[in-house]
Ligand binder design. Structure first.
Ligand SMILES: Cc1ncc(COP(=O)(O)O)c(C=O)c1O
Length: 358
């Protein structure tokens, strides 16, 4: 299988431009010099794999991904350690989830080795763009794929374009979160696309996010669409609670929520913080009762972009609950410090999650 070929003519950002970007990278404000790209066709499979200049695409306006939403994406990060080495966190999990999302959206799987090679090369060719660890900055990688056949008519495309972008970032939600439970909108349903990372899930969620903002909340806490009685996840994060009996409880992977890699990692770290990991349905009534009675002592949300964010409030038209004393929970902060310590190389990587790339 051919490798991603590097275009030697890609212009390089100057050291000054990179230094300016890294002073305040935001999230997706600046992009690294190279992006990976590959094409799939029914006739030739994956081909034209290359590292090209990050820049505009030339697309016919009738490519079907723009009309019918056959599109999937991933998000993972590369971290600089104190000795200047650069590492990715569990990229094989992202490759596997990308393949899962592709299957759900009737798209071709990108082989794991191509996924890993593309993300690795985007980092390796752009090492100067990987921030120092201060402020928990990192290099975010955004692999994505969309249907690129020129076709008006609803049918699976015969052409797909895969791209991986790189960008220096800060954590997405640096402040503790208050989550909004929408009385109206749902994110996913049984048999739907909730456990796929496809753009349509996010497009459909923005109206609820706007509702959350109007009500003074940072993000949405989704309930199940059928009964509105089960807690599912946040807008771009999985949701967990800590109970006074020492459980770390999170909704089970019921096919309607995303199998978060941060979620999986926290469940595996729970033990070393005296917490029992529990994956099971979590009733919204139990969440409210637990917060009110103090049986639930902490709530948190987690994801690659969000890292681990304390949840200090839950609101809906009917309720306005403060979790604990309204400040970030101690166990939440411990878990966060442990996870980011592994990612930035200051804690032992006892689960073998880190992959050196530079
Ligand atoms: C809907 C949703 N849930 C959960 C997550 C967390 O997943 P991960 O920890 O793999 O980033 C994300 C972010 O990717 C997300 O978009």
């Amino acid at each position: 299988m051919s490798a991603f070929a590097v275009d030697p003519t890609v212009p390089r950002a100057s050291a000054t431009d990179i230094a300016v970007a890294l002073q305040d990278p935001g999230f997706g404000r600046y992009f690294v010099d190279h992006m990976a790209q590959a094409t799939w066709s029914a006739a030739d499979g994956w081909h034209d794999k290359a590292l090209l200049a990050t820049g505009p695409l030339s697309l016919h306006p009738a490519v079907s991904g723009l009309h019918y939403g056959q599109q999937i994406f991933e998000g993972l990060k590369a971290y600089r350690h104190a000795d200047d080495s650069v590492w990715m966190f569990r990229p094989e999990k992202n490759a596997a989830r990308f393949a899962h999302s592709a299957a759900r959206m009737q798209m071709p799987a990108l082989p794991t080795e191509d996924f890993i090679e593309s993300v690795t090369k985007v980092v390796q060719l752009n090492l100067d763009w990987v921030p120092q660890a201060e402020g928990e900055q990192s290099l975010y990688l955004r692999p994505f794929m969309f249907a690129s056949e020129i076709q008006i008519g609803v049918k699976a495309s015969d052409y797909y374009t895969y791209i991986c972008l790189g960008m220096p970032v800060m954590p997405f939600y640096p402040q503790p979160l208050t989550l909004w439970v929408s009385p109206t909108y749902s994110r996913s349903m049984a048999g739907g696309t909730g456990d796929a990372k496809c753009g349509g899930n996010y497009g459909a969620s923005m109206i609820a996010e706007a509702e959350a903002h109007r009500n003074g909340c940072t993000q949405v806490l989704w309930l199940d669409s059928a009964t509105r009685s089960w807690v599912e996840e946040g807008g771009t994060m999985n949701f967990l609670v800590i109970t006074e009996s020492g459980e770390l409880v999170t909704p089970d992977l019921n096919g309607r929520i995303l199998a978060g890699i941060t979620r999986d990692s926290l469940l595996k770290l729970a033990d070393s913080h005296g917490l029992r990991p529990v994956e099971r349905p979590l009733a919204f009534a139990e969440l409210c009762e637990g917060i009110t009675s103090g049986r639930i002592t902490e709530a948190l949300a987690c994801g690659t972009a969000a890292v681990v964010s304390p949840v200090v409030g839950i609101k809906s038209p009917e309720i306005d609950l403060t979790v604990g004393d309204g400040t970030p929970g101690a166990k939440t902060l411990e878990l966060r410090a442990h996870l980011t310590g592994i990612q930035f190389g200051t804690e032992p990587d006892s689960h073998d999650w880190m992959r050196r790339v530079g």
